[in-house]
Design a protein around this ligand. Structure first.
Ligand SMILES: Cc1cc2nc3c(=O)[nH]c(=O)nc-3n(C[C@H](O)[C@H](O)[C@H](O)COP(=O)(O)OP(=O)(O)OC[C@H]3O[C@@H](n4cnc5c(N)ncnc54)[C@H](O)[C@@H]3O)c2cc1C
Ligand code: FES
Length: 266
């Protein structure tokens, strides 16, 4: 159920020079989100920012009644959130949007995540671990500093492989090179992806060529987050129309997405 809740920042973990993991204590949000869903965060009025910004729920710590958000500083909103003082409370609207569906037991979850697209998969892997499923997690970034939360995925027992464009960690090149290698083996995978659009398009193509199911999470720019402004639309094949990423998404079957009609071209 959608609700607007105050959440208090109580811990900041620095992940890289421009990214951090923020832990928020909340009454009930930590209990109610599904992996893949997101929250629209409104900063205190003193920040001067009127519009809320969308962030994936990244993880949950039931023992602290808290959830965490991974924030990469790219502009005014993310910079203000990342630098919020400990003890500050923010308005969080959510949980919003669709979520990742776990695969049937006879399919191995194969996750391809790049940059902040890594965020929604920690909670998802926690869910898979509880179900006794071990995912292969492919993390991609420009440098090793962008391979957020690698240790956490490993500690959940996931099979983690990495790629960096500068070769500072793992395979030197794109995460889709590693995906191609993995796909040369078994065929009973269910793919999941989130990250930069060029990466998502490549993963979608590779999954389609092999007839593999693929759930993709799209990170559109969002105004309202509630289906009112139509600022976040995505063209889908099944109904031949634009649907709202904040409401019908952000998680879609990748074959549904008309990548060639994307209003935000690569
Ligand atoms: C469903 C969803 C989940 C998201 N989860 C996360 C998350 O877990 N962690 C995180 O750090 N970010 C996440 N984002 C992206 C985040 O919302 C944007 O980076 C943020 O709104 C930018 O706000 P800003 O004021 O800092 O940047 P602005 O000043 O508005 O823009 C700065 C730069 O960021 C780009 N930008 C703005 N919005 C987006 C966007 N939605 N996607 C990609 N680039 C954008 C702009 O084109 C511009 O180049 C998510 C977005 C969506 C839609
Ligand atoms: S952000 Fe307003 S309709 Fe989706």
């Amino acid at each position: 159920m959608k609700r607007d809740e105050r959440a208090v920042l109580f811990e900041r973990e620095v992940l890289s020079p421009d990214a951090c993991l923020l832990h928020f204590r909340s009454e009930s949000l930590f209990r109610s989100f599904l992996p893949g869903q997101f929250t629209m965060v409104r900063l205190p009025e003193t920040s001067g920012l009127l519009l809320r910004r969308p962030y994936s729920f990244c993880d949950v710590r039931a023992e602290h009644s808290s959830f965490s958000l991974l924030v990469k500083e790219v502009g005014e909103g993310t910079r203000a959130l990342a630098r919020l003082a400990i003890g500050t409370s923010v308005d969080c609207l959510g949980p919003l949007g669709s979520s990742f569906r776990p695969p049937p037991n006879d399919r191995t979850p194969l996750i391809v995540a790049g940059g902040v697209g890594i965020a929604p998969f920690l909670a998802f892997c926690r869910m898979l671990a509880r179900r006794g499923q071990r995912a292969i997690v492919l993390l991609g970034g420009r440098t090793s500093a962008d391979l957020y939360l690698r240790g956490e995925f490993l500690s959940l027992g996931m099979d983690v492989r990495s790629a960096t464009e500068d070769g500072s960690f793992g395979h030197e090149g794109l995460v889709t090179d590693v995906l191609a290698e993995v796909l040369n083996g078994k065929t009973s995978f269910e793919l999941y992806s989130c990250g930069p659009t060029p990466m998502l398009v490549r993963v979608a193509r590779m999954a389609r060529e092999r007839g593999l199911p693929h759930q993709v999470s799209l990170e559109r720019r969002m105004g309202c987050g509630m289906g009112c402004c139509l600022g976040c639309v995505v063209f889908v094949h099944s109904t031949n129309e634009y649907v709202r990423c904040c409401t019908e998404g952000p998680v879609y079957d990748a074959d549904e997405v008309a990548w060639e009609r994307d209003p935000y071209p690569l």
